[in-house]
Design a protein around this ligand. Structure first.
Ligand code: MSK
Length: 637
């Protein structure tokens, strides 16, 4: 093992980081997610199968066919009950991402209107490029272009606009398939609202129809709300380019005022970053005895700052409570999504201030600000001042930061990936055709306390890169890969010979960090670009996706839009659909006939990686490509 991997391994082992602080919490009587899971176990098997329904007050009903309870009071059986529940689950995830996208559309509009002090257009070239792409006049002053682009993308949320702007990116064959199946999304807001309508008692009673509409809902997210969130964030805050940074709890600094930004939107966290660098605030921190102000990220807000600014990532989903357990966090500044309500309880056990910033995200016990583009700069200063004040109340005897941070590279936007190979997809396609790059897998998503966090992400990535399969990573999988050292060019030594050669030639890692949850839109867009370059539909490409440790509704929406876009997707845990043979059959098989891709559910990461490898091999064979260098040097080592 090289010195680099020794350093990563020393701080990547679960017991030395998470396990250490879980022990500390138990000694101090502080309850964490793992303890709550234990108290909830055994969990309800009927709910787990998707067979419970609480959508009307004739119920709640539990469908248990073996016990002569094969229908709910309304007459819905197992298939319909599961399909209704799954449809609403996907709608929740799609709505969350897309409402995040709406916030970006609104900020872009206010930037264009001159009503967002502190914000600007950092990537004017991208602004004009995207405007031209979606048919907006790209000439003239940048603010005017920004306003016009925001108005155009805002129309995507309505049913009465010209249609989702980014559908033009979808390969023609896929668009025609969606039209035939009647799953082309018509409006970002319309599809999840229609799902709520369809799943009201007495509307859509066909489980297959509901599942197809769930696909439509998810596509409105992937090619609509999430894609707008990604592209507008790049325009306002800058398109990511490779940047070196660091990851793990060591991103929290013992001698500094530590502010952790948590949630998903870059709109607030970028302002916190600016305020933390303000000399007046730094002086105030020094006056309190700190050496300065340190901002680090959590979850996907962390990913946003990581990608664009190289701000270190303190932790992913299952590390959020544990960051507070270090005793060195002065403030968590949170916007929305994936923020455990328990954080206010854990924060109350320390000097940590929990600050919320979104009109939508209320947490009793938190210090509450309502950030808007107009007041963001001013409120960010106040939030930083609260953190500085809290430093004075820190009990240094309770500070316990168990490891040193590990180096990682971030910033692999599609522009950066294509830029690294000369600006066009041609060299990537050539590498795939030659077999030096056998394919690519996007490993995405969360942690789940039902699994040992990070283990499944890392195992799958290591297994895949050995087989010359490039891994793209987003969201909370990023922290796992970073801690394992897989996001540094040195990790090429773990890859098969073809991928290793590519990484060494380009100076890139075999696992590329491409962003946050909404940035999975980068992956589907890149697949569309590659499909067009090869001259096939997306489902023919040697690509796949995986969410080994997922938990959230958003992850379900991502998985479904990937599948509906033609990308076979692995899930490490099954969704709550196993009570329906029809819905389960569709997910793992029937969708393949409809959209050319399906879900693979496999908890064992080694078996899952083998299944994705076999899938990629079959896609290569389908394109008449050589098998590639399976059984590589790294595999044999
Ligand atoms: S934050 S959805 S735990 S990736 Fe995007 Fe992480 Fe999953 Fe939330």
């Amino acid at each position: 093992m090289s010195e680099f991997f020794k350093a990563a391994a020393e701080c990547s082992i679960w017991k030395d980081e998470a396990g250490h602080l879980i022990d500390k919490a138990r000694k101090e009587g502080i309850c964490l997610a793992w303890d709550r899971l234990e108290k909830q176990t055994p969990q309800c098997n009927v709910c787990d199968m998707g067979l419970s329904c609480a959508k009307c007050v004739m119920g709640p009903c539990r469908i248990i066919p073996g016990l002569d309870r094969d229908k709910g009071v309304c007459g819905a059986g197992a298939d319909l009950t599961v399909a209704r529940n799954f449809g609403r689950f996907v709608a929740g995830g799609s709505a969350a991402h897309s409402d995040h996208g709406r916030d970006l559309v609104e900020v872009l509009h206010e930037v264009g209107s001159g009503e967002a002090p502190g914000y600007s257009i950092r990537d004017e070239a991208k602004l004009r490029r995207i405007a031209a792409e979606v048919g907006v006049d790209a000439e003239g002053e940048a603010p005017a272009v920004a306003k016009r682009l925001a108005e155009r993308l805002g129309q995507d949320y309505s049913s009465f606009g010209p249609g989702l702007a980014f559908l033009s990116r979808v390969p023609k064959a896929r668009r025609e398939l969606w039209d035939r199946l009647e799953i082309t999304p018509r409006g970002i807001d319309r599809e999840p609202v229609e799902m709520l309508h369809r799943t009201h008692m007495g509307v859509d009673c066909d489980p297959v129809s509901l599942c197809l509409h769930a696909a439509r809902v998810s596509l409105a997210d992937g090619w609509g709300g999430s894609m707008s969130a990604t592209e507008i964030s790049d325009i306002i805050f800058g398109t990511p380019a490779p940047v070196k940074t660091r990851v793990n709890l060591g991103a929290i600094k013992k001698d500094m005022v530590n502010i952790l930004v948590h949630g998903h939107s870059p709109v607030v966290s970028e302002m916190i970053l600016l305020a933390a660098a303000d000399p007046a605030n730094v002086k105030a921190a020094k006056d309190k005895g700190a050496s300065g102000i340190n901002v680090a990220g959590l979850c996907c807000t962390g990913n946003e700052l990581l990608m664009r600014r190289g701000v270190p990532l303190a932790g992913n989903h299952m590390m959020t409570e544990l960051t507070i357990m270090t005793g060195a966090v002065e403030a968590i500044v949170a916007d929305y999504q994936c923020i455990m309500p328990s954080l206010t309880d854990v924060a109350a056990c320390f000097h940590t201030k929990f600050i919320t910033t979104s009109e939508k995200g209320h947490f009793p016990g938190a210090e509450r600000f309502h950030f808007t583009p107009k007041n963001a700069r001013e409120l960010a200063g106040k939030a930083v001042a609260i953190a500085v004040e809290a430093f004075g109340r820190r009990d240094q005897a309770r500070v316990d930061i168990p490891c040193e941070p590990v180096d990682m590279l971030s910033g692999f936007s599609n522009e950066a990936i294509l830029g690294a190979v000369g600006g066009t997809p041609g060299p990537l396609v050539d590498a795939i055709k030659a077999g030096s790059l056998r394919g690519a897998v996007g490993i995405v998503g969360c942690n789940n306390p039902k699994l040992q966090q990070d283990h499944h992400h890392v195992t799958m990535a290591k297994e895949l890169i050995k087989k010359d399969i490039l891994v793209l990573v987003t969201g909370c999988a990023t922290g796992a890969m970073g801690k394992a050292g897989l996001l540094m060019p040195e990790a090429a030594e773990l890859a098969g010979p073809g991928l290793k050669g590519l990484c060494l030639a380009l100076g890139i890692p075999p696992v590329l960090h491409v962003g946050s949850c909404v940035d999975n839109s980068r992956i589907i867009h890149l697949c569309a670009v590659l499909a067009d370059a090869v001259g096939v539909d997306i489902d023919m490409l040697p690509v796949a996706a995986s969410a080994p440790e997922w938990y959230s509704e958003k992850a379900a929406a991502i998985g479904l839009y990937a599948v509906a876009s033609g990308i076979t997707t692995h899930l490490g845990l099954p969704p709550m659909i196993l009570g329906s043979p029809t819905v389960t059959g569709l997910a793992v098989d029937g969708l393949k006939k409809a959209v050319g891709a399906a879900f693979i559910v496999e908890p064992d990461p080694f078996k899952a990686a083998a299944a994705l490898d076999a899938h990629i091999a079959s896609k290569r064979a389908g394109l008449g490509l050589p098998a590639g260098k399976e059984g590589s040097d790294a595999d044999a080592a």
